[in-house]
Ligand binder design. Structure first.
Ligand code: G4P
Length: 526
């Protein structure tokens, strides 16, 4: 098949939600439609949230599950779908942010009872940064949820996106009748308790058709007509281009656990979601159709067996064709690497892959060559953009607890932070190491893994820091002068970039006001 056909066949996306909104359930139903699993219950929930934070076995178990479900590939209607899993627990959200750099679109699940929750807001912010197209799935319509118009208002206000409903619920909870698909002009009837894949569908060519009333009764039919009139007046008509540019978000309603509205979501997703498009590197834009292979690493997963230090680097193919046993150029290390056992993730199984196309994710066994953000090419020196580190929110300094093992500690910290478990900063004044994370659970993961995989022990000491932000200035002398002036509050990241450690919001604001020539950045990419 020609490269263009392979590209157009692919949809690479992620599902995001606040824990418990129904991401795992929806994932499972999508896999059922794709024939990737045969029975419900095959996808394990990766809810770290429910684990006690000190339960290390639980952390390990979750790591095991998340390797298995990191990428789920399946075919549906002759389309190759790559679904990238995102951790549900907010302490792992940095992992989620990075996974979002490897997708072309997302489906966001919202619980109709709870509405927009904190984690959803944060994740959507990352999508907005990159104009990632978003489809919204409002879930759990079998429960007494909030008024759908209120929900849409809340989504627009809190998430700062414009919505465009493509389906509409007819009542909710005990009296939930079904949804009317504005996209397909069909009525989909709900029967509680049925979990079959196929649903009773009534084709409606005209919204005034008597068929509606015959099926849902006069009261609900009237309400539906009224609602649709309002919808048409308030929301924009759907435009594929606006959706693909991240300007509007289509909204669907359903109930994942009852398998209701999921097929409609999937069918529409196949039709409208973007296939892999051009991506930016620092040097130039790369179109997927380019003959030469390029790709970048967005996630690194350590072997769960601590005796084997090898890891899996997850590479997203951006252009050309990736082939097994072929030399590729690692641009950061300036060296060629070849991969004899690259893996693909199909139907929840890992299999050796001979070739992969733009949009595909390949797992590369790695013994320490890769860091998140690394680029592979056929020789050209390129660096993909859009894989930033985010300014961490919780900081602790690292104290060696076993002086005999300081080398192991240094190596462990280096490698775990390469994996993106946390960010490592070195204080300019003392040379002391500071770890910055997005969620506190990461400290326990690090301590546990340092011991188990590197034989090193450390203590953490709390430090009062508000933010670590990267700084830049066109005038290098001014930048150095700022660093010299603030030497007590300066550090460097692993790449040697200047990082300003602000003790409080006030200190940050003062530094910004007094130094208008210095730019303060909250992601590592600036
Ligand atoms: P998550 O991955 O986003 O964290 O959510 P998950 O799919 O695990 O769903 C969270 C809970 O919500 C689960 O119940 C699940 O069964 C339920 N759920 C998902 N979709 C629907 C829906 O459409 N309607 C209703 N009423 N519930 C739904 P649980 O009790 O936590 O787990 P389980 O014992 O049911 O598996």
């Amino acid at each position: 098949m020609a490269l263009q056909d392979e590209i157009e066949k692919r949809r690479t996306f992620g599902i995001i939600s606040h824990p418990d909104a129904g991401k795992t359930t929806l994932t499972e139903k999508l896999l059922l439609y794709g024939g990737a699993i045969q029975t419900a219950g095959a996808v394990k929930s990766n809810k770290n949230a429910k684990a006690a934070t000190s339960d290390f076995m639980e952390i390990e178990r979750q790591r095991g599950i998340s390797v298995a479900t990191s990428v789920m590939g399946f075919n549906y209607r002759n389309v190759k779908i790559n679904l990238l899993d995102t951790p549900g627990h907010q302490d792992f959200s940095e992992d989620t942010y990075r996974t979002l750099t490897a997708v072309d679109s997302v489906i966001m699940v919202i619980d109709c009872v709870k509405g927009v929750e904190s984690q959803t807001e944060k994740l959507l912010e990352v999508c907005r940064m990159r104009n990632t197209p978003v489809i919204v799935f409002i879930n759990k319509l079998d429960r007494e949820g909030r008024d759908p118009f209120d929900l849409l208002d809340e989504i627009e206000n809190k998430l700062k996106i414009k919505v465009c409903p493509l389906s509409w619920p007819i009542s909710m909870g005990k009296t939930f009748k079904g949804v009317y698909s504005l996209y397909e002009k069909r009525l989909l009837l709900f029967q509680a308790g049925t979990k079959q894949l196929e649903r009773e569908i009534i084709e409606i060519n005209d919204i005034n058709s008597k068929l509606i009333e015959e099926n849902i009764g006069e009261k609900f039919a009237l309400q539906l007509l009224e609602d649709i009139e309002v919808l048409e007046g308030v929301y924009p008509t759907f435009s594929r281009q606006d959706y693909r540019e991240g300007k509007i978000s289509p909204v669907f309603f359903g109930s994942a656990v009852n398998n209701f509205g999921v097929r409609e979501l999937l069918d529409c997703f196949i039709d409208i979601a973007p296939f892999p498009l051009a991506r930016n590197t620092e040097e130039r834009s790369i179109a997927p159709i380019e003959n030469k292979f390029t790709g970048f690493v967005f996630k690194i997963h350590a072997n769960i067996d601590p005796k084997h230090r090898d890891r899996i680097a997850f590479l997203r193919v951006c252009s050309g064709k990736f082939m097994r046993n072929t030399n590729y150029f690692h641009t950061r290390l300036s060296k060629n690497l070849r991969f004899s056992n690259p893996t693909a993730f199909m139907a929840q199984e890992k299999t050796i892959v001979e070739e992969a196309y733009p949009g595909d994710i390949v797992g590369l066994y790695d013994t320490g060559n890769f860091k998140i953000g690394d680029t592979l090419t056929e020789g050209e020196s390129l660096h993909f953009k859009g894989i930033p580190s985010f300014s961490p929110e919780i900081f602790r300094s690292v104290l060696n607890a076993d002086p005999m093992k300081s080398k192991q500690l240094a190596k462990g910290l280096e490698q775990l932070t390469d994996e993106g478990v946390a960010q490592l900063f070195t204080k300019t004044l003392t040379g002391g190491k500071i770890l910055g994370v997005v969620g506190a659970l990461q400290f326990e993961v690090i301590q546990y893994r340092l011991k188990g995989e590197y034989g090193a022990s450390c203590h953490f000491e709390n430090i009062a820091l508000h933010k670590a932000c990267w700084i830049s200035c066109k005038d290098k002398k001014k930048l150095q002068a700022f660093a010299d002036d603030k030497y007590q509050h300066m550090a460097t990241d692993k790449e040697g970039n200047f990082v300003f450690l602000a003790e409080s919001q006030w200190a940050l604001q003062m530094a910004q006001e007094k130094n208008p020539d210095i730019q303060f950045h909250f992601t590592s990419e600036y």
